[in-house]
Each structure stands twice: as structure tokens, then as C-alpha cells.
Design a protein around this ligand. Structure first.
Ligand SMILES: NC(=O)c1ccc[n+]([C@@H]2O[C@H](COP(=O)([O-])OP(=O)(O)OC[C@H]3O[C@@H](n4cnc5c(N)ncnc54)[C@H](OP(=O)(O)O)[C@@H]3O)[C@@H](O)[C@H]2O)c1
Length: 175
């Protein structure tokens, strides 16, 4: 069966990323509350706060398109069951998309804590994509959706363990 990429939260700022991944020729599954509305891909509706529903959606995607060779995961919080349920089913790289808070120097443990979602799961290789900010002409701003999708695509294509889109330093400069 063709390679299977599964994206959690791919219908918003990661839409352009999903369009690019869909063009790769493999199988693409999207999971979000309204994923089935996205045209051209296999969408599985579920709320990631509901672990049972999320696991069922993952298993439905696997039943349709085979084992998950690559995952891209955008969760607003990692303090739920869903990230671990996903990691347990990934047989390849799992790209975690992470908000800038993981780069807060007051909490240097956050990246490592996020990485531990795959602890004890040798088939799941965690890659981390940190969403930073940009400073232009002395003014700081958050990333645009296009910058986020493009940066995430580059991170996935290069398979880097850690990518920062934009910058997170100096931390005091963030918008
Ligand atoms: N550092 C930065 O610059 C930075 C970082 C983060 C965000 N942003 C900006 O902020 C804007 C808003 O961000 P956002 O966090 O709302 O991201 P978003 O990617 O625009 O939307 C959230 C995604 O997660 C899904 N989702 C949300 N809650 C869910 C749930 N409970 N269960 C399953 N799926 C769920 C949504 O789909 P459904 O609605 O179908 O569930 C959607 O695909 C973005 O457009 C981006 O430009 C910037």
C-alpha cells in the first residue's frame, strides 16, 4: 500500500501543508472535528479531547489506508490522551507542531517533555517543529499561515529532529 501520512489539525494553518502532502502521491488522512469537510483527502471527524473517539478515528484511518508511516500533529495541548494514542500507532516519524511556549527559557524542560510522548515506543521517531515569531524593521509579529505551512513542509522534507520556524530568541522580543 502507498505511504500513509496522517495529519491532526490540518484544516487550519496547516491547510497549505496538507495540499502539498496530498500532491506527494501517498495516502493522506486528516483528523479534526470537521476534517470530513476538507476536499480531496480522507477526513475523520473527532475531537481530540475525547480519547475514545480519537482512537477510533485513528483506527478507521489505518483500516482505510494502512499503517501510519508519518504523522503531523498539531494539538493545542499535550496534556491529553490523544498525543500518546497517536504515537502508539505511528510506524515512522511523528512531527509535533509546537507553540512558542516550548521555547520559554523559564521552562527549559518543555521540549523534552513533549518528546516523551513516544517514550517506550521504538517505532515512533519524534521530530519537533516549533512555531516562533518574526522581527521585521524592529517590530515583532506572529507567523502567517503560509509561513507555518511552508516551514513545516521544509522540516518534514528534510526530516530534521528540531526545526524552529522564524525565531524564539531573544524571548523578550516575542509579540
Ligand atoms: N507562533 C505563531 O506564529 C503561531 C502559533 C500558533 C498559531 N498561530 C496562528 O493562530 C491562528 C489560529 O491558530 P489555531 O491554533 O486555531 O490553529 P489552526 O490550525 O488555524 O486551527 C486548529 C486546527 O486544529 C483542529 N482542531 C482544533 N480543536 C480541535 C479538537 N478539539 N479536536 C480535533 N481537532 C481540533 C482544527 O480543525 P477543526 O475545526 O475541524 O477541529 C484545525 O484543523 C493560526 O491561523 C496561526 O496563523 C500562530
Amino acid at each position: 500500500m502507498a505511504a500513509h501520512t496522517l495529519v491532526v489539525g490540518g484544516t487550519g494553518m496547516l491547510s497549505e501543508l496538507c495540499e502539498a502532502l496530498a500532491g506527494d502521491g501517498g495516502r493522506l488522512s486528516l483528523l479534526s472535528r470537521h476534517a470530513s469537510r476538507a476536499a480531496g483527502t480522507d477526513g475523520f471527524d473527532c475531537d481530540y479531547h475525547d480519547g475514545v473517539a480519537f482512537a477510533a478515528a485513528l483506527d478507521a484511518a489505518i483500516a482505510r489506508s494502512g499503517p501510519i508511516d508519518r504523522a503531523v500533529a498539531w494539538f493545542h495541548t499535550l496534556k491529553i490522551e490523544a498525543p500518546r494514542l497517536l504515537a502508539a500507532r505511528v510506524e515512522g516519524a511523528m512531527f509535533q507542531v509546537l507553540g512558542s511556549a516550548v521555547a520559554d527559557p523559564a521552562h527549559p524542560e518543555r521540549l523534552e517533555t513533549a518528546r516523551r510522548v513516544a517514550e517506550g515506543l521504538p517505532r515512533c521517531a519524534v521530530r519537533q517543529i516549533v512555531l516562533g515569531f518574526r522581527v521585521e524593521a524592529g517590530r515583532a509579529r506572529w507567523l502567517t499561515n503560509a509561513e507555518i505551512s511552508q516551514g513545516a513542509l521544509e522540516a518534514i522534507r528534510s526530516d530534521r529532529p528540531l526545526t524552529v520556524i522564524g525565531q524564539t530568541e531573544p524571548w523578550s522580543a516575542r509579540p
